[in-house]
Design a protein around this ligand. Structure first.
Ligand SMILES: Cc1ncc(COP(=O)(O)OP(=O)(O)O)c(N)n1
Ligand SMILES: Cc1nc(C(=O)O)sc1CCOP(=O)(O)O
Ligand SMILES: [Mg+2]
Length: 211
């Protein structure tokens, strides 16, 4: 069984993190209670992502916080990341698994009940489900599913799941009620005046929702 915690999943965005940078934002978020971090940079070269990924690995060394690379399997392998996250339009999950080997965490985006049902739990370790709400962070996002849609999709998922899309601390209780394993957030942490405090606020809301 792979050891990872989806409770508070930080997805990095270089533009939103412009002031502090992705590395310092990650340092602050980990201090605030982030449990997993994704390096997501849709415009960086592979070489630039490898450099950032190595810096993130240093920050996360000695913590239980896992580092996931978005989209780029070459980067995930080059930096020996803890995991890779792919979407339906990125690559086939079985091909990704063959490339990263059996031990790396593999996350897959799913937007519908049918896609959730089709997940092979022998290949995929967790599902990213969304968008719950419309969000300007990902202009090409699919149709928002709301909390009812989230609950329906989670029910069909044979693997742990994390909700994404427009989520903030105030949504922790609804995400937990839908039985998702956590909240994935970008703008609720990246670019916030105090990313550590912003993370701690979400972590507190998750803790309260689970009590
Ligand atoms: C945790 C998590 N869930 C969903 C996504 C979205 O992945 P994808 O659909 O491939 O879109 P991009 O992020 O690549 O634009 C994610 N990155 N992380
Ligand atoms: C990276 C990503 N994936 C989504 C999906 O629906 O699959 S929504 C999204 C961006 C989420 O950003 P914010 O927390 O700022 O709303
Ligand atoms: Mg993708």
């Amino acid at each position: 069984m792979k050891d990872f915690d989806l409770s508070l999943y930080l997805v990095l965005d270089p533009a939103l993190c412009a002031d502090l940078g992705m590395v310092e934002t990650t340092r602050a978020a980990v201090a605030g209670g982030a449990t997993i971090v994704q390096l997501r940079d849709k415009h960086a070269s592979t070489a630039a992502m490898i450099e950032t990924g190595r810096a993130l690995k240093q920050i996360l060394h000695g913590t239980n916080v896992r580092l996931i690379v978005n989209d780029n399997v070459e980067v995930a392998i080059a930096i020996s990341a803890d995991g890779l996250h792919i979407g339906q339009e990125d690559m086939n999950a079985a091909d990704a698994r063959r490339m990263i080997g059996p031990d790396m965490i593999l996350g897959l985006s799913v937007e519908t009940e049918a896609l959730a049902s089709s997940i092979d739990a022998g290949i995929v370790d967790y599902a990213g489900i969304g968008p719950v709400f419309s969000t300007s962070t990902k202009p090409d996002h699919k149709q928002p599913i709301g909390f009812d849609g989230l609950a329906r999709i989670v029910r069909r998922c044979p693997v742990p799941s994390v909700a994404i899309g427009g989520l903030k601390a105030e949504h922790a209780a609804s995400v937990c009620s839908a039985d998702a394993g956590g909240l994935a957030v970008v703008s609720a942490i990246c670019g916030q005046p105090d990313p550590q405090a912003a993370t701690a606020l979400i972590a507190k809301a998750i803790k309260e929702a689970r009590q």
